[in-house]
Ligand binder design. Structure first.
Ligand SMILES: *[C@@H]1O[C@H](CO)[C@@H](O)[C@H](O)[C@H]1NC(C)=O
Ligand SMILES: *[C@@H]1O[C@H](CO)[C@@H](O)[C@H](O)[C@H]1NC(C)=O
Ligand SMILES: *[C@@H]1O[C@H](CO)[C@@H](O)[C@H](O)[C@H]1NC(C)=O
Ligand SMILES: *[C@@H]1O[C@H](CO)[C@@H](O)[C@H](O)[C@H]1NC(C)=O
Length: 575
């Protein structure tokens, strides 16, 4: 009782002070001073994810320094050891041999020296010659400047690399010569050039122009700023967590960050503090002049391609030398209130690690959950060759639908009734808002209703819609959680992205959704369009959650195959 009343009192404090009590630190994080160090005494398990990455309690945000080293995957992440809102940030540390089962260790990097006394923010790992890992991260110094620091493992023979040393010569990069000390953070993994110099970029901005400021170093400790940023884009504001890496135009293998040559294209990703969404472009890296040039196939202003068109931010990739693949991690935050976070005792998850490849059309990336996730697949139910008539639906029963991996392939017999596409529809999210799951269409909406209550008062709809454009068909993928919960006061944004497939030629569309209590993570058309949503049903909880296939279009669609697995729970940081 005492605990409960204490928490609700604090919740009331948060409510009353939302408007005037929230301090914005460097435009990056809402700071709830009163809640920052309130230990989670109650950890609510109703909405906890079971196979997504979570520590036992408290706030998490950005994944940091992911790496594969001597057979072990390391994931560090921004963590508040003392509460369920942002604050007191350290680098928490977990290790794994499959990126699915995780073991929690003690925090690896935390404020202890002046160059990070006010915070140890995001950064990346680089494996140096001689198989020596190094971490570069942003520290907040006594003047509240954002500076870049280096840390090394204390004992390379410790297979878990538990302890990290921050040499006293830090910071190794300071915000001087016109760099805004409040907008200078998140160093990337470094890459090595033929001139013997390492290179890395750091997120920044000048006025409205977001940029990736470049540095070079021969010894990894003394860094010199390059004359020009690697790239910048006006109107995008502060770039957080930049990421820059090559992808192969042929084959299914990932490419190490330092590789260079024919058959490679480059990805530059920025997380935009202005919108709290990310975007990326594909392009060329002119190594002689250290310039990145987008290839112009997508918008370079924040409105273009995204890894994920939903709740997804601060992502980072790393090259997994063990399995020769590039793996993406990202943070998905809560969509309930701060008060809910405090009473849940936790906030934030990491998405399921995804393999990143270049699409054969070279216009976008493709992402797919790492194969290791499939080791959690338990009981299977499947459906073959089932027609879903216009206005019809099909319940998929026999598994716990709140913890499932669902793969479905749809066949479209005809596109005749597709709605005409209006050229003014330039924003897929707005189009999904305009045409939600309940708005009847020609071809679609068809897809899944995840985390649904028996009578579908609650449902999170994941679906496609096909439009007839002037010269070709346009496919749209949406997440519509507007009916995801009867609970008031939740944020339930509708999300959407275009699906770059030749639907006329294929006549098929596939969908995979990872459903995990308070998250639905979906992969359309083999991973061409991905969307993640956080939802908090009040009825469709645990064993009471249902799963349906639905079709609200005039045209019938066929489920050529559906497989739904109940997912087992991995070892997750000791819980
Ligand atoms: C530096 O960045 C901060 C944080 O975004 C901003 O508030 C401030 O106006 C910037 N200063 C200058 C001189 O541009
Ligand atoms: C380094 O780690 C190894 C393996 O855990 C251990 O045996 C050794 O004692 C450690 N060395 C030091 C100096 O702590
Ligand atoms: C840069 O972007 C800002 C805000 O979006 C705009 O006001 C300004 O005119 C742009 N500057 C240039 C050089 O395009
Ligand atoms: C996190 O949560 C809120 C909504 O609950 C949202 O407004 C915010 O932009 C989200 N994303 C990030 C990356 O902070």
């Amino acid at each position: 009782m005492a605990i409960l009343s204490r928490i609700s009192l604090l919740a009331a404090v948060a409510l009353c002070c939302l408007r005037n009590g929230v301090v914005d630190v460097e435009g990056s994080h809402d700071v709830y001073q009163e809640l920052m160090s309130v230990p989670a005494e109650v950890v609510d398990s109703k909405y906890r994810t079971q196979f997504h990455f979570q520590p036992p309690r408290n706030w998490i945000n950005d994944p940091n320094g992911p790496m594969y080293y001597n057979g072990i995957y390391h994931l560090f992440y921004q963590y508040n050891p003392y509460g369920a809102v942002w604050g007191n940030i350290v680098w928490a540390h977990s290790v794994s041999t499959d990126m699915i089962n995780w073991k929690a260790l003690e925090p690896a990097i935390y404020p202890s020296k002046p160059f990070g006394v006010n915070g140890c923010w995001s950064g990346s790992a680089t494996i140096l010659p001689g198989n020596k890992p190094a971490i570069l991260y942003t520290g907040i110094d006594p003047q509240n400047r954002q500076v870049q620091n280096i840390a090394f493992p204390k004992n390379l023979s410790d297979p878990y690399l538990r302890e990290w040393v921050k040499p006293d010569y830090n910071p190794i990069i300071a915000p001087v010569n016109g760099i805004n000390a409040s907008a200078f953070r998140d160093p990337t993994t470094a890459w090595h050039g033929p001139d013997g110099h390492w290179r890395l970029v750091i997120g920044s901005k000048r006025k409205h122009r977001g940029m990736a400021i470049m540095y070079r170093s021969r010894d990894f400790i003394h860094w010199i700023r390059a004359k020009h940023p690697l790239h910048s884009a006006n109107g995008t504001g502060m770039w957080e967590c930049p990421d820059f890496y090559p992808v192969a135009t042929q084959g299914k293998l990932g490419v190490d960050t330092s590789e260079y040559g024919a058959g490679l294209k480059y990805v530059l990703k920025a997380s935009l503090d202005l919108t709290r969404y990310e975007y990326y472009t594909l392009g060329y890296y002119l190594r002689d002049v250290d310039k990145y040039v987008p290839d112009g196939t997508s918008a370079d202003d924040g409105s273009g391609l995204r890894y994920d068109y939903g709740n997804f931010y601060a992502s980072k990739t790393f090259y997994d030398a063990g399995k020769k693949r590039r793996v993406l991690l990202g943070w998905s935050n809560e969509s309930d209130s701060r008060q809910d976070d405090v009473s849940k005792g936790w906030a934030g998850i990491q998405i399921i690690p995804r393999v990143v490849l270049l699409d054969s059309n070279e216009r976008q990336l493709i992402q797919w959950p790492i194969k290791e996730l499939e080791t959690l697949r338990g009981k299977l139910v499947s459906v073959q060759k089932k027609k879903i008539k216009s206005g019809g639906s099909l319940e998929i029963s026999g598994i716990m639908a709140s913890q499932a991996d669902v793969e479905v392939a749809f066949e479209l017999s005809s596109l005749e009734k597709a709605e005409p596409f209006d050229a003014s529809w330039t924003d897929p999210q707005k189009l999904c808002e305009l045409k939600g799951a309940d708005v009847k269409g020609g071809v679609g909406p068809f897809g899944l209703l995840a985390l649904a209550s028996a009578n579908r008062q609650e449902q999170t709809a994941v679906f496609f819609r096909i439009f007839k454009g002037l010269n070709s068909f346009v496919a749209l993928m949406c997440h519509d959680p507007s009916k995801s919960s009867l609970r008031p006061g939740l944020s339930k944004p509708i999300y959407g992205g275009w699906v770059d497939v030749d639907i006329q030629k294929n006549g098929k569309l596939s969908l995979r959704s990872l459903i995990d209590h308070s998250v639905v993570e979906s992969f359309g058309a083999e991973g061409r369009t991905c969307i993640t949503s956080r939802v908090y049903p009040s009825l469709a909880v645990g064993n009471a959650a249902h799963l349906f296939v639905f079709n609200n279009g005039e045209e019938d669609v066929k489920v050529s195959e559906l497989k739904a697995w109940e997912m087992r729970k991995p070892l997750m940081n000791g819980i």
